[in-house]
Design a protein around this ligand. Structure first.
Ligand code: CO
Length: 656
């Protein structure tokens, strides 16, 4: 590298020459970092301790919002997403904010109407957003039109993404080749993009492909090129370096505690790598270390129980094998595990490329990764030798209709026909910009939510998340009590829990006398939180090794006990947490084929149904599944309500 300067004897602080063309860095710790590693559970109160320090680093921008944060915050953290933006703005005064915007999908999982999309962007800008990193899961830029118009109107930075995906092990093939990406870059340039992001959400971009891609892209367009490449497969540090050699302008990284695994490479090694070169970031590594220290000691202990430590490797080799996002693969594994079908994983790996091909070789990114993933699992679990696509999700039907946009290749006509049979909007797919067929929805949402919404931001939240958004607004305005499992945990609680677990592991909680009763008075109960689940764990000093009984209290999903507790011999399984179907009216039952959340019932008790009519819409893995009546008859009983979490096998209704 000709840019290299002699580093010997250089004093890091004093003699560091200013770089001619410093690499700009965007930090992702506060959004993609915790989204990737800790299921987006990072709380605003845990960002504040580092915010002012991070403002001093010199980041090009800090990603603070968007992606899954909006959903997760109101659903699992009892936090108003809008408020985070305003709060962080008070601490991060200099550094621009960036958000991940799913174009016409906003921060939800379907295309919303133009009026809602415009209102959302307007409100995000008003609340403090500066850079709108915009992507469309299909790279169909017609889905950019409405939001980009508003981004420009608000005077903000429009960063257009190209979702990087592949069908071959390397850049190339019939669909996602160099030409494809250069055409997309030109499209974005002519749409008025202020910068282009190559969004490599799965960590598929290999270093030499990155070099070729970025070098030619730099020769093709003059706006800055920004690289977003997840670490998942292990290539991204190398990819960053080759991208920098090819002239990339901006790189995405995380602070070390939020880095690697399915997240992004850390900033600190990159700073040292570029030190003294003409692409030196100019960052003060000591300041970065200060931020790290706080995150490591005061923040991350609260989240370490969310870190997936089931694997020792920090690299997901499956990504290299399957060219599929790691997050999607782990979703598939979780989904199969919840359905006691983990033995079918190899079939899922085989079915996945077939489904993707049938659905037009779409890129795999939220929400298309879920669309392809859930349909793949449905096929593996429900298809028979005689019939494929037995259970088609609502989202696949929408995709086949054209509601997400244009797919990279044509959808398999047979699958499309089957998906669109009795589709409410019509059996003939559309070819226009999807939002053109969507009726305005903001006023409707306003009416529906009524007085529960106090301002437009509440309405926009409700419009995108009617079920969980309503629940949140009820917590926010003290109409219903805030459940314990959405409340924050303190460092004191973490320390207490760690202390008990440490003692249990060390055997210090063992009662030494042999004549202790089965459950002694010195038995100790403590709470362990796993994800949104709460375990009540009894540490009971009966002779021999420490016995730890672990019993999930809610929700009723089978979940492995925390590692430390699992290390102890497991007693008899706890009482089944599943709600016992109360054997009401006799008749044919509709059972939940998978765990999930009830979105809504299309029928009520007393309604007559025909076999195949949709009775209930179940949300599983963020996909809505319309569940059909198994027979003709009358609805005799319904045990659940909108918003209820249900287990696999729950009786959703009785038809007699
Ligand atoms: Co990402």
């Amino acid at each position: 590298m000709s840019d290299q300067v002699q580093m010997t004897e250089m004093n890091y602080d004093k003699d560091r020459p200013a770089a001619q063309n410093p690499v700009k860095i965007m930090d992702l710790s506060l959004r993609d970092g915790h989204q990737s590693l800790f299921a987006t559970r990072g709380r605003t109160e845990d960002m504040i301790p580092v915010a002012e320090l991070m403002d001093e680093i010199g980041f090009w921008a800090i990603e603070t919002w968007g992606g899954a944060t909006f959903d997760t915050m109101h659903r699992f953290l009892n936090e108003d997403p809008w408020e985070r933006l305003r709060t962080l703005k008070r601490y991060l005064k200099k550094t621009p904010f960036s958000m991940l915007l799913r174009a016409q999908n906003l921060v939800g999982y379907r295309n919303y109407a133009d009026d809602l999309a415009t209102a959302f962007v307007d409100r995000a800008a008003e609340n403090g957003m500066d850079i709108f990193r915009t992507f469309d899961a299909l790279n169909d830029y017609r889905n950019f039109e409405t939001v980009v118009t508003q981004i420009k109107k608000s005077g903000k930075h429009f960063q257009g993404c190209i979702c990087y995906t592949m069908t071959e092990p390397r850049l190339g093939g019939d669909v996602y080749n160099l030409d494809y990406y250069l055409t997309k870059a030109k499209d974005l340039d002519s749409m008025g993009a202020d910068s282009i992001c190559i969004k490599d959400m799965a960590g598929l971009l290999s270093p030499y492909d990155a070099y070729e891609l970025i070098k030619t892209m730099k020769e093709t367009v003059s706006i800055p090129i920004h690289l977003h490449s997840h670490f998942t497969s292990g290539m991204s540090s190398m990819t960053h370096l080759k991208a920098i050699e090819a002239g990339v302008d901006i790189i995405d990284t995380c602070m070390t505690p939020y880095a690697y695994r399915t997240s992004h490479a850390a900033v600190e090694p990159l700073v040292m790598t570029l030190l003294g070169t003409n692409r030196d970031t100019g960052f003060d590594i000591k300041k970065l270390a200060e931020v790290n220290e706080i995150l490591e000691k005061e923040v991350l202990p609260k989240y370490k129980h969310l870190l997936d430590d089931s694997k020792i490797s920090i690299i997901d080799i499956n990504v290299l094998l399957h060219q599929t996002p790691g997050g999607m693969l782990s979703n598939l594994v979780n989904q199969l595990r919840e359905m006691d079908a983990l033995d079918k994983i190899d079939e899922v790996y085989k079915e996945l490329p077939r489904v993707r091909k049938d659905l037009g070789q779409i890129p795999l990114v939220t929400p298309t990764s879920q669309i392809v993933g859930v349909q793949t699992v449905n096929n593996v679990l429900h298809d028979t030798d005689g019939e494929r696509y037995k259970m088609i999700t609502g989202q696949v039907k929408d995709l086949c209709y054209g509601l997400y946009g244009k797919t990279a290749t044509a959808i398999n006509p047979e699958v499309q026909k089957k998906a669109l049979k009795d589709y409410p909007r019509g059996e003939e797919p559309i070819t226009c910009r999807p939002a053109e067929v969507l009726e305005p929805e903001l006023e409707k949402a306003k009416e529906e939510v009524g007085n529960l919404a106090k301002d437009i931001d509440d309405v926009i939240l409700y419009a995108q998340f009617p079920v969980t958004g309503k629940k949140f607004l009820e917590w926010k305005y003290s109409i219903s009590p805030v459940p314990d499992n959405v409340k924050p945990i303190s460092m004191e609680e973490v320390k207490k829990k760690d202390d008990i677990l440490r003692k249990a592991k060390a055997g210090e909680l063992i009662e030494k006398k042999g004549d202790t009763p089965a459950k002694s008075e010195s038995s100790r109960t403590f709470n362990v939180f796993v994800d949104n689940e709460y375990f009540s764990v009894d540490v009971d000093p009966v002779g021999g090794p420490a016995m730890i009984m672990s019993q999930p209290i809610q929700p009723a999903v089978q979940q492995p006990v925390p590692a430390a507790a699992a290390a102890a011999p497991s007693p008899a399984p706890p009482a089944s947490p599943e709600p016992a179907p109360s054997a009401p009216a006799s008749g044919t039952v509709l059972l939940a084929p998978m765990p999930g959340m009830i979105v809504k019932y299309e029928k009520k008790v007393g309604d007559s149904v025909k076999k195949g009519d949709t009775v209930v819409v179940l949300e599983a893995m963020k996909m809505e599944n319309a569940l059909p009546a198994p027979c003709d008859g009358t609805i005799k009983a319904i045990d659940f309500d909108s918003g209820d979490t249900i287990t696999k096998g729950a009786v959703l209704c009785v038809i007699g």
